[in-house]
Design a protein. Structure first.
Length: 396
C-alpha cells in the first residue's frame, strides 16, 4: 500500500476539522436546549459489554473516553511510528524545528496556567490542559487557506501536532493515573512483552497484535493507568516493513483503514460527549475564575509564545531551516493555530477534573482559548498570505 501523501493527509484533516466543529457546536446547542436532560441521561447510562466473567459495565461517557479514544490513540501511535521512520520526523535536521516548537508549545502554556493557579492546589492539577494541540482543527483551518499557505508550513504544523500528541501521551502516562493495581500492571507488562516478541519474531499479520493489544487494554483499564495508553503501546509494536526487503508490514494498512473511522466518527463522538457546556446559571465570576482563565491564556498566549519563541531560537542558531516559502508572519500565524487544543485538552481536562463543576470550567477555558486561537491565527495567516502575494506581484 502506498503511503498517504502530505497533501492527502492535510485535505482529510480539513474535512475532519469541519466534522469535529459541527459535533462541538451541536453539543453546545443540545446542552443549552430542552434536550439537555436526555443528553446527560444518555451519557450516564450504564452499558455492559462482553460475557461474564469478562463482562464490563460502564457509563456511555466512559466507554467513549476509555474505549473509543483508545482507538484514537492507537492511530496516533501508528502515525508517530510511521512519521519517525519514513515521514517528516525521519530527517533529524528537518524534524528539529517541529520538535523544539512542540516542546516550547507545551512548556510555556503549562507555566502560564501554573502561575495563574499557583495558590490553588486543586486547580494546579490542570497544568497540562493548555499544553495540547488539536491536530484536526489546526491543520484543518490551515488547509482551508489553500495556496495562501506554503505546503512546507502545513507539513511543519502536521509534524508539530504529531509530536505534541506524543507529549500529551507521556503526560497522561506519568501524571494522570489513579490508584495503581500492581497485579493488573504486571499482566499488562506481560502483554507488552508479548507484543515485542511478536515484532521481533517477524510476525506481519495484524490480528495477533490486535488480540494481544486487547488484552493489554483490559489490564491497563483495571490498573489505574489510563486505558488509552494501551492503544499507543500496541501501535508502536506494529511492523512498518515486512520480513523481506521491499515488503510492507501491516502498519500503513491499519492506519489507512482506521483513520477515517477515527476522524469522522470516534473524535466527533468524543467532542459531542465532552463539549456540551451548559451556560445556564453561569456568572461572570465563573467565566473569569482561575481554571478557565489559566486554560484560555495558556492556549491563546502560551502556545504561540512557546512555539514561535522556540522556533526562532533554533533558526537563530542555524541548526534549523525555515519552512520553504514561509514568511515570519506566516510562522507566527501557524504558532497561534497551535493554541487550538480542543480534543486533547478536553481529554486531559477530563482526567484532571472528573468533578462536574470543574469539568464545566475546563470546557469553558478550552473552548474560549481554542476559538480565539482559531480566529486570530486564521486572520494572521490570511493577511500575511495576501501581503506576500502583493509583494510577489510587485517583483514580477
Amino acid at each position: 500500500m502506498k503511503p498517504e501523501t502530505s497533501a492527502q493527509g492535510i485535505n482529510r484533516e480539513a474535512l475532519a476539522g469541519l466534522v469535529l466543529l459541527s459535533a462541538a457546536v451541536l453539543a453546545l446547542i443540545v446542552a443549552n436546549s430542552p434536550l439537555k436532560g436526555i443528553y446527560d441521561q444518555t451519557l450516564a447510562t450504564h452499558v455492559q459489554l462482553g460475557i461474564a466473567p469478562f463482562a464490563l459495565t460502564k457509563e456511555v461517557i466512559h466507554w467513549i473516553n476509555d474505549g473509543l479514544m483508545s482507538v484514537f490513540f492507537f492511530v496516533v501511535g501508528l502515525e508517530i511510528k510511521r512519521e519517525s521512520i519514513r515521514g517528516a520526523l525521519s530527517n533529524r535536521r528537518a524534524a528539529l524545528l517541529p520538535i523544539v516548537g512542540a516542546l516550547g508549545g507545551m512548556v510555556v502554556p503549562a507555566l502560564i496556567y501554573a502561575v495563574i493557579n499557583w495558590d490553588n492546589a486543586v486547580a494546579l492539577r490542570g497544568w497540562a490542559i493548555p499544553a495540547a494541540t488539536d491536530i484536526a482543527f489546526a491543520v484543518g483551518i490551515m488547509a482551508a487557506l489553500g495556496s495562501r499557505v506554503p505546503p512546507a508550513l502545513k507539513v511543519f504544523l502536521l509534524a508539530l501536532a504529531i509530536i505534541d500528541d506524543l507529549g500529551a501521551i507521556l503526560i497522561i502516562a506519568f501524571f494522570y493515573t489513579a490508584d495503581l493495581s500492581m497485579q493488573a500492571l504486571a499482566l499488562a507488562a506481560v502483554g507488552v512483552a508479548g507484543l515485542v516478541l511478536l515484532n521481533r519474531s517477524g510476525v506481519i499479520r495484524a490480528w495477533p497484535y490486535l488480540l494481544v493489544g486487547a488484552f493489554v487494554w483490559l489490564c491497563v483499564l483495571k490498573s489505574g493507568v489510563h486505558a488509552t495508553l494501551a492503544g499507543v503501546a500496541t501501535a508502536l509494536a506494529i511492523p512498518l516493513t515486512g520480513n523481506k526487503k521491499g515488503t510492507e508490514g501491516p502498519l500503513e494498512g491499519l492506519e489507512h483503514t482506521l483513520s477515517p473511522w477515527v476522524s469522522f466518527l470516534i473524535v466527533p463522538t468524543f467532542a459531542f460527549a465532552n463539549a456540551g457546556l451548559s451556560l445556564s446559571g453561569m456568572s461572570a465570576d465563573d467565566m473569569l475564575s482561575q481554571i478557565p482563565i489559566g486554560i484560555a491564556l495558556g492556549l491563546f498566549l502560551g502556545k504561540p509564545l512557546g512555539i514561535y519563541g522556540a522556533v526562532r531560537t533554533v533558526l537563530a542558531t542555524g541548526l534549523g531551516e525555515m519552512p520553504r516559502g514561509a514568511s515570519q508572519m506566516q510562522l507566527l500565524g501557524t504558532a497561534i493555530l497551535g493554541g487550538i487544543g480542543f480534543t486533547m485538552s478536553l481529554f486531559i481536562g477530563m482526567l484532571a477534573f472528573p468533578e462536574p463543576d470543574a469539568s464545566a470550567e475546563v470546557r469553558l477555558g478550552v473552548l474560549a482559548g481554542s476559538l480565539l486561537s482559531a480566529v486570530v491565527g486564521y486572520i494572521v495567516l490570511i493577511r500575511s498570505g495576501s501581503e506576500r502575494d502583493v509583494r510577489s506581484n510587485k517583483n514580477k
